[in-house]
Design a protein around this ligand. Structure first.
Ligand code: NAP
Length: 256
């Protein structure tokens, strides 16, 4: 009998998670570590990263920390050098770091635009390129880009953010096609709203009611909802899956 479940294990895999200091990225990092991966966690806030490191290490996991600002390509190069020095290989990249501004399109400033695009799109692309180049040497890798339901549906106040996430779905397909010959699988994960610290101010009152009314399953997503999907896309169980965007959204997009 085949041990299919074994294919989901991440033992001996190295996973890099951007934006792992808080929110979804923090929980994904801890989830991947519990599934057996050695994790390299990234973000700007060292203190927050240390908290995540301590939690994962208490569970017996191996953790490295790399403090970077993903808006700077020079910092992404430092991440590449860090991986090469610490582990020499990488199997999984979770491109989670992002930044959201909720504002009518009329009011979006140049600074809002630059911060959203440089973090969520430029930073994501150059992480794919830098970390992907390490994967290419071994002919194997899994890249998972954080997209959103807003990549496929419209919510007022999220024009630029939704545009970036739609771009991520497209970029995911394009890189999947270019890098399949190198054994690098590129997929996207698109959650509906998750009540992370950065979303608490917007996920309230009428806005929350509006969002809930569009989710057939009647609740927001939780980080725990995402971890199983991330483990699947990170593991050998999904080796023939590439260029896909997996919606974990309680049915939002299907109902749109
Ligand atoms: N929450 C939701 O409702 C939701 C729904 C769908 C998709 N998503 C996507 O899921 C991802 C995580 O969302 P979240 O709500 O967990 O976000 P969050 O709570 O705001 O956390 C964002 C993470 O990104 C890091 N980050 C931000 N700017 C950075 C920079 N310049 N350099 C390095 N790291 C940076 C932050 O760490 P530092 O501040 O320490 O740098 C933090 O760890 C994002 O891509 C988001 O678009 C979220």
């Amino acid at each position: 009998m085949q041990d299919y479940y074994k294919k989901f294990r991440l033992t001996n895999k190295v996973a890099v998670i951007t934006g792992a200091s808080e929110g979804i990225g923090r929980d994904i990092a801890i989830g991947l570590a519990e599934a057996g991966a050695e994790i390299i966690i990234c973000g700007r806030r060292q203190k927050k990263l240390l908290e995540v490191k301590e939690i994962a290490e208490k569970n017996g996991c191996k953790v490295e920390m790399c403090v970077i600002d993903i808006q700077k390509v020079s910092d992404i190069q430092k991440l590449k050098e860090f991986i090469e020095a610490k582990t020499g290989k990488v199997d999984i990249l979770i491109n989670n770091a992002g930044y959201a501004v909720t504002k009518p399109a009329w009011d979006v400033s140049e600074n809002d635009w630059d911060t959203m695009v440089d973090t969520g799109f430029k930073g994501l692309f150059f992480c794919c390129q830098a970390v992907g180049s390490i994967m290419r040497r071994r002919g194997y890798g899994k890249i998972i880009n954080l997209s959103s339901t807003f990549s496929k549906s419209i919510v007022p106040g999220r024009s630029v953010y939704g545009g970036i996430k739609a771009g991520i779905n497209h970029l995911t397909e394009a890189l999947a096609m270019e890098w399949a010959p190198h054994g690098i699988r590129v997929n996207a994960l698109a959650p509906t709203a998750v009540n992370t610290p950065s979303r608490q101010a917007t996920l309230q009152g009428p806005m929350l009611e509006k969002i809930l009314s569009r989710i057939p399953m009647g609740r927001l997503a939780t980080p725990e909802d995402l971890i199983g999907a991330v483990i699947y896309l990170s593991s050998e169980a999904s080796d023939f899956v590439t260029g896909q965007t997996l919606f974990v959204d309680g049915g939002w997009v299907a109902a749109s």
